[in-house]
Design a binder for this molecule. Structure first.
Ligand code: XUL
Length: 525
């Protein structure tokens, strides 16, 4: 029997999934999550980030992510799992966030003492103690500078897969290097969250892979290598501070002595970590054509596999490298689960009350609309937040619940059309994917069946599957991704949520109205 572990270091918590593969048997052994705010209150985070004084500046303490990994590895060690059977570990992490380490960090990582907790030993490895994360939208001036240096937004998008976005790592590094030149000069390595977490496991600097590196505005999508002119335009000496980029299935090292001696793990192979969305592409089984994935988490995302990079002509979306070696299209919405929660809390509901409100209101909401921009929005780009309503009474709780869910599901569907993926089915993951009333709205809006999958954490499952694929690929035979994902990507009972064809005209009309309402508000902003 071989066990594969997959982690997901997301905005609000850390999850691990363990799968077992044994001569034709495929088992999901366990999934465990910890929530940063609850498990590690000493870091003072709210929803996994430091409460921002300015809504555009959103950071998190990377030491917290390291301590969470330590806690989770301890839990795995105590779980009863046969540690000797673990064949490989990989992981996924929230994308774009950057971790700044001092030059001395490498020797510290290489000499971690098994007798001391990890966090105590990492106290002084930072050149910047907090990490800007994907919710940060404070780097517009840096985006403009990088766009100009690249010769325009369209050129930058064609080369890197995206125009400049505030949360992307290049603009973040550009802003940091200018605001704090001394701290930037004292930075030995800039990691993404994914390569930072892998570094902790192997006890040395881990490389990046193309899935997560394509969220930086620094990697040439075609060659999957750093673009020297863009790197130079971002910050001085950045080339020397960036990790190398390796193919996604690369084994980047073995589990460091710290983990072996402290918890009894064997010398397990560690496979390059990727971003949560590329990992979810695998965890949702989206390795073929005709299917899109929707992740309903802190961010809502919609994504699909692409054989060739097709860049979004409107400039709102992204092309990333996919772990399969091909590409993926992705559109990201910042106002996801936290916006749903804001409405739930504003009307003093629990999640079952939220569902009842959905069931008790008519599809189409009598034409009422909401633009749920509680925080700065990524798609469409909204710098100054503010919730807008049309034909919607703010005191009508059920109508507001329906309005936010319809707003989000229609926006997801409308802003996925640029990918030109003929879509016959949607695979869903993330916390809200367990709510069939929300999924019913998505199915009705899109007009295709929605498949909730057994594992609600596609990112950590995808990481375990990537670990398995990497180990199998070391043997001489060709390993197909379909054979890797098929045994584990199973539809949850009671099965798919079917669209209701009688609602087609209602939602076509409402989507037109939403597009017009959105455009009117954007031109006013
Ligand atoms: C994707 C994005 C988010 C984060 C969330 O571009 O910014 O989906 O990856 O973890």
């Amino acid at each position: 029997m071989a066990i594969y572990l997959g982690f997901d270091s997301s905005t609000q918590g850390l999850t691990v999934t363990a799968i077992a593969v044994d001569r034709g048997r495929h088992d999901l052994l366990f999934e465990q999550s910890l929530n940063f705010d609850e498990a590690l209150p000493q870091y003072g985070t709210r929803h996994g980030v430091l409460p921002p004084a300015d809504p555009r500046v959103v950071h998190a303490p990377p030491l917290m992510w390291a301590e969470a990994l330590d806690l989770m590895m301890a839990r795995v060690a105590r779980s009863g799992l046969r540690l000797q059977d673990i064949a490989a570990i990989s992981g996924a992490a929230q994308q774009h966030g950057s971790v700044y380490l001092s030059p001395g960090a490498e020797s510290r990582l290489a000499s971690l003492e098994p007798t001391e907790p990890l966090a105590l030993q990492l106290r002084d490895i930072w050149s910047r103690p907090t990490a800007p994360v994907w919710l940060d939208s404070s780097t517009s001036a840096s985006c403009a500078a990088i766009t100009a240096a690249a010769g325009g937004a369209a050129t930058l998008a064609r080369r890197t897969g995206s125009r400049a976005f505030e949360r992307f790592t290049g603009p973040q590094v550009h802003a940091f290097a200018r605001a704090q030149p001394q701290a930037y000069a004292e930075t030995g390595r800039v990691h993404l969250v994914s390569s930072f977490m892998a570094s902790l496991l192997i006890g040395g600097h881990a490389p990046l892979e193309p899935g997560d590196a394509s969220g930086m505005n620094l990697m040439e999508l075609g060659s999957r290598a750093w673009a020297p002119d863009l790197v130079a335009a971002t910050a001085a000496d950045l080339e020397a501070k960036l990790p190398p980029i390796v193919p996604s299935g690369t084994i980047v090292g073995t589990l460091a002595r710290y983990w072996r001696e402290r918890y009894g793990f064997p010398a397990v192979r560690v496979v390059a970590w990727t971003g949560d969305n590329p990992s979810s592409l695998i965890g949702l089984g989206l390795v073929g054509k005709g299917r899109l994935g929707v992740s309903l988490g802190t961010s809502d995302t919609v994504f699909g596999a692409m054989a060739m990079p097709r860049v979004d002509p409107s400039g709102t979306a992204h092309v990333f490298g996919a772990p399969t070696g091909e590409f993926m299209g992705l559109t990201c919405f910042a106002n996801g689960s936290l916006a749903r929660e804001r409405i739930k809390d504003a009307y003093a509901l629990d999640w079952s009350g939220f569902s009842n409100a959905l069931r008790g209101t008519p599809p189409g909401n009598n034409g009422a609309l909401m633009l749920p921009w509680f925080e700065p929005e990524i798609t469409p780009a909204v710098a100054t937040p503010g919730v807008q309503r049309s034909g919607l009474d703010p005191d009508d709780a059920p109508a507001n619940v329906r309005a936010i869910v319809e707003a989000q599901m229609m926006s997801i569907w409308r802003h996925s059309r640029w990918m030109s993926v003929p879509t016959s089915v949607l695979h869903v993951t993330g916390g809200a994917a367990v709510n069939r009333d929300i999924l019913q709205v998505l199915a009705d809006v899109a007009g295709v069946p929605v498949l909730p999958l057994e594992s609600s954490n596609a990112a950590s499952l995808g990481a375990a599957l990537r670990a398995w694929h990497a180990v199998e690929s070391q043997s001489s035979r060709e390993v197909s991704w379909v054979d890797i994902v098929s045994p584990f990507v199973r539809v949850a009972s009671p099965g798919p949520v079917q669209p209701r064809s009688e609602l087609r005209a209602t939602y076509d009309e409402l989507m037109r109205a939403q597009a017009a309402f959105e455009a009117a508000n954007l031109s006013r902003a």
